[in-house]
Design a protein around this ligand. Sequence first.
Ligand SMILES: C[S@@+](CC[C@H](N)C(=O)[O-])C[C@H]1O[C@@H](n2cnc3c(N)ncnc32)[C@H](O)[C@@H]1O
Length: 225
Amino acid sequence: MTPTASAALAEALAFLRQFSRTAKMTGSVAPSGAALSRALTRHIHPGTPHHPRAVLEVGPGTGAVTRHLAPRLGPHDTLELIEANGPFVDHLTTALQHDLRLAAIAHRTRLHHGLIQDQKLGHYDNIVCGLPFANFPPPQIEAVLGQLLSSLRPGGRLSFFTYLGGRAIQHLNPRQALSRHVLREAIAPHVVGSEIVLSNLPPAYVHHLLAPAPVTCHCGALDNP
Ligand SMILES: C[S@@+](CC[C@H](N)C(=O)[O-])C[C@H]1O[C@@H](n2cnc3c(N)ncnc32)[C@H](O)[C@@H]1O
């Protein structure tokens, strides 16, 4: 077996192990494949020395999407990773040292261990999110989406995925059906593109959201005509 194939196998096994331990939080039996990773990162473009870009990835897992994201960063751009699962954080720490694609951006990458809900976020040009939203209760979906959308710079994009087929089996799990409904309603005003990625396990929808327009306050105009 080649070193790349054995690394991929080790990663798949690590993912499966975490899924069997914490299925709801892990959200998938396998890391995202190349086609899904490409779709999730397609709106990331390198910045310039004058306008470096800040990118956030939430729920990077074993770094499947991060590896596709890394070559899309310019030399002045920065990346933050927020991951709740300890063993995945350990895996990423090692990968940032030894995986060539990740080692190339390690000095510009900050890895945080914790729940996204507990983080004080900065402002980003792109957010790529791997969170298993369909497993979250509705108030948590609304809170986390609000947190991410309000952390985008003007014109920034949030890209995330949901798995296909959830609707077909949602009568088996009414709680997940409600979560999916709440998620659809919450993202609707912000969606600027969706795509289906069939060549993934499981197949997925990718949603691209645009930063909400900044609220302009004309309150002063009335006070000082
Ligand atoms: C479906 S996996 C996606 C992993 C990776 N992005 C990929 O595509 O292969 C979901 C990831 O989100 C992480 N996660 C789940 N809930 C989280 C939370 N509240 N805050 C941060 N990370 C979370 C899980 O530990 C897991 O790594």
